[in-house]
Ligand binder design. Structure first.
Ligand code: F6P
Length: 365
């Protein structure tokens, strides 16, 4: 479809909630209505709303006053994939492909294109509809910052800020009580939050999924600080961190999710080992969803606004199936499929890893 033929667009948020989602919804909706006179339809709960036909008109007034609001006014879902949808027939649940049902719902509303705000899972689902001829424009979201195709995702800055503040606050107790204190942050298989928050707060040890740790080296870092008169240590642990010869710690398995593994708990295991081996009193804090909730920091509000605006610009330029991306300091766009089912991990020789090592930070390796 050419740019001038676009009259109606749909917008959905998929995957986990993330600070800045509402800022994108606001920018997309206002730009679509004010600048281009489009009709906008909000889809409830991600792709689930498309399957269940829960779609409603969004007016500019509906997105007023949501810039600073955490979560998503549309609701989200991190389980629904219409190519593998559980349908109950004859008392039995069978997995079916309901993408044609979704396409019917889109055609009923005469929706010409979809703005899809999400991470790699959401872009994977969007790619099925791209193959069916639907123009989807992706907006890269995730606190993990692990989406391929863009240098940065919105939500990351807020999570990094929350994690840094937590590490800063832990510092005072660690110093006063002469303890080793561990803070576990999110990030799944990518260590971006741990690396950035660890560096920002001056953590003594940073454990990342991409650099397997040796517990002896972690303990050495703690005891060597003690020997040099620093009677406390701050350890920033990514939830995906794992020992050289071991596995990640799984908190739960959700069989209804396309990505069933939920990580969590590695800091407790590491903390117990540090206390046992060094004799230094140790405490652990797992930050969890605190990093994903609440109002976005200004950086994320700005990025979300730029991304939302770019999504409409790219669509009205007549481009098909693009991912809005930040490359360097420029907002640009890439092939949407580049972000499907892939993760952008921290390279062990990333300049920030090298800088941290050179100022004495241990990565436990
Ligand atoms: O991808 C975002 C994220 O918060 C990860 O950092 C974390 O591992 C996961 O989602 C938690 O998922 P859930 O909200 O389903 O527990």
């Amino acid at each position: 479809m050419g740019a001038t033929n676009i009259k109606r667009i749909g917008i959905l948020t998929g995957g986990g909630d993330c600070p800045g989602l509402n800022a994108v919804i606001r920018a997309v909706t206002k730009c679509a209505i004010y600048r281009h006179g489009l009709e906008v339809f909000g889809i409830e709960d991600g792709f689930l709303g498309l399957v269940q036909n829960r779609i409603h008109r969004l007016e500019a007034a509906d997105v007023s006053n949501i810039l600073t609001l955490g979560g998503t006014i549309l609701g989200t879902n991190n389980k629904c994939d219409p190519t593998r949808y559980p349908v109950k027939t004859d008392g039995q649940v069978r997995i079916q492909d309901v993408t044609d049902r979704v396409m019917d719902h889109i055609e009923q509303r005469k929706i010409d294109a979809l703005i899809v705000i999400g991470g790699d899972g959401t872009m994977t689902v969007a790619s099925h509809f791209v193959k069916k001829g639907l123009n989807c424009i992706g907006v890269p979201k995730t606190i993990d910052n692990d989406l391929e195709g863009t240098d940065i995702t919105f939500g990351f800055a807020t999570a990094r800020y929350v994690a840094t503040m937590a590490l800063d606050r832990i510092h005072t107790t660690a110093a006063s009580h002469h303890r080793a204190m561990l803070v576990e942050v999110m990030g799944r298989h990518a260590g971006w939050i741990a690396l950035h928050a660890g560096v920002a707060s001056g953590a003594d040890v940073i454990l990342l999924p991409e650099i397997p740790f040796d517990i002896d080296k972690v303990c050495d870092a703690v005891t060597s600080r003690s020997r040099h008169g620093k009677r406390f240590s701050i350890i920033c642990v990514s939830e995906g961190a794992k020992p050289v010869d071991g596995e990640q710690v799984v908190d739960r398995v959700d069989p209804t999710s396309a990505d069933p593994i939920r990580l969590g708990g590695v800091s407790r295991v590491v903390g117990d080992q540090i206390e046992k081996r060094t004799g230094i009193e140790t405490r652990t804090t797992v930050l969890g969803h605190v990093q994903r909730g609440g109002t976005p920091v200004p950086e994320d509000r700005v990025l979300a606004t730029e991304f939302g605006h770019a999504a409409i610009r790219v669509l009205m330029e007549g481009k098909q199936s693009r991912l809005i991306a930040m490359k360097g300091r420029t907002v640009t766009d890439a092939d949407l499929l580049i972000a499907a089912d892939k993760q952008r991990l921290v390279s062990p020789d990333h300049p920030l890893v090298i800088a941290a090592r050179d100022i004495g930070t241990s990565f436990g390796d």
